[in-house]
Design a protein around this ligand. Structure first.
Ligand code: AMP
Length: 406
């Protein structure tokens, strides 16, 4: 099946082509038609299955088709963390880039001024974490009376993080007549109860994510210092037998910096991120795919949709804030039956992120002690990670909370 079979409008198709998407993922194949019909939806799917696009694409299309009449916020996407909120906002930007759909993201921990300014200008799609949303509703900046679609993302994580009361409070602000899309990786009884309270005759879709070969990936970790990361990367690229590598950095600026340093060391590299023109991104990607470019440095968002069967190495130059992202990143290698190697750098400020990753994957990533750029802050003594149960990594990726499944 291709996206062409999903009756998507031209501006959306054009954006998908620009993203390099041709085949909808299973959750997209199943969910998009129901959402376009206006049905409520209960989706059991985890991050990494393409669920963001599964709701963002049809929402953009519905907004385009019913260019309405009513002003005010038409869609609310509620998600538990700031990182997810930003990723969802970026997805709306990417898939809606050829439409006039206006979207903005709000989350706590930062000044609200920028957010309230954006709200004042008017938005169609609001992506929010619960605390800041309730805060701004309380202050009178947000009115949800014209809302037509409500998306609850990562409901199970919302519960795990103790946001259930906030979610219930948000529910009291929603119009009764609306379309609701509910996504959760697991459907434990209390999550089902929440779904029942929100949904009316929902269509139900569930995806078992494609099994990956993550267990085949050889992972290793280097404790080092922030300033030594470039030196360590260059050292490894010079020493090791690395045919090609995708290097993940946290920021666009970081990606550019790494490329500059690699070029200075005579290592061919290019960066892809949102600040590069579409042509530059495509050229870098093509060169990388056809073997003319050895090193591609990318941010997570820019690397979306990059699928290269023969990628031998993935570097986590910076550790991601969201542990699942680590699994997505390393899953770029080891595809199509090939072996793969994932190398992570961890500076002294990233140890919490490392702990979260190891908790998620259920193993301690083997540490390489002998290298020329050791951490000046001694790494924590090697204790086993806190895990409930050791599972194969591939199952961890998709079912970290499998015990909760019915
Ligand atoms: P998500 O589950 O929403 O976090 O998405 C996981 C990743 O898959 C993201 O990097 C998306 O950009 C990417 N993705 C989503 N849908 C597609 C598709 N149809 N084709 C290729 N990549 C996709």
């Amino acid at each position: 099946m291709s996206f062409k079979n999903l009756n998507l409008i031209e501006p959306v198709m054009k954006a998908l082509t620009a993203e390099g998407y041709t085949i909808p993922t299973p959750i997209q194949q199943q969910a998009i038609p129901y959402i376009l019909e206006g049905r409520d939806l209960q989706g059991c799917a985890q991050t990494g299955t393409g669920k963001t696009a599964a709701f963002a694409i049809p929402i953009i299309q519905l907004l385009q088709q019913h260019k309405q009449q009513r002003s005010g916020i038409k869609v609310l996407v509620l998600t538990p963390t700031r990182e997810l909120a930003i990723q969802i906002d970026e997805s709306f930007a990417a898939y809606g880039r050829f439409t006039p759909v206006r979207h903005t993201v709000i989350f706590g921990g930062v000044s609200q001024l920028h957010q309230t300014n954006a709200l004042r200008k008017g938005v169609d799609v609001l992506i929010a974490t619960p605390g800041r949303l309730l805060d701004l509703i309380g202050q009178g900046y947000i009115d949800l009376r014209s809302l037509g679609i409500f998306v609850l993302d990562e409901a199970d994580r919302m519960l795990d993080m103790g946001f259930i009361h906030d979610v219930k409070k948000v529910m009291t602000h929603l119009p009764a007549k609306r379309q609701t899309l509910f996504f959760s990786a697991t459907m434990a009884p209390e999550i089902q109860k929440l779904a029942n309270a929100l949904l009316v005759h929902p269509a139900k879709v569930e995806v078992t994510p494609p099994s990956t070969t993550v267990e085949k990936i050889e992972q290793s970790l280097y404790h080092t210092n922030k300033n030594d990361k470039p030196g360590l990367l260059i050292h490894l690229l010079e020493q090791e037998d690395i045919r090609n590598a995708l290097v993940f950095t946290r920021t666009k600026h970081g990606a550019d910096k790494v490329v500059k340093l690699l070029l200075r060391a005579n290592i061919q590299a290019a960066a892809i991120h949102g600040n590069k023109s579409q042509n530059a991104r495509q050229a870098a990607l093509n060169n990388f795919k056809n073997g003319n470019l050895r090193i591609l440095v990318a941010t997570d968002i820019a690397a979306r949709g990059i699928d290269i069967d023969e990628l031998t190495h993935v570097f986590n130059y910076d550790l991601p804030d969201v542990p699942e992202t680590y699994v997505h990143r390393i899953g770029r290698t080891g595809r199509a039956g090939n072996a793969g190697t994932a190398i992570a750098f961890c500076d002294s400020e990233e140890r919490d992120e490392l702990r979260a990753i190891e908790r998620l994957i259920g193993i301690k990533v083997p540490v390489i002690e002998a290298h020329p750029f050791p951490s000046l802050v001694s790494p924590p003594s090697p204790k086993p990670p806190v895990t409930e149960k050791k599972r194969p990594v591939n199952q961890q990726r998709y079912k970290p909370k499998a015990r909760m499944m019915r």
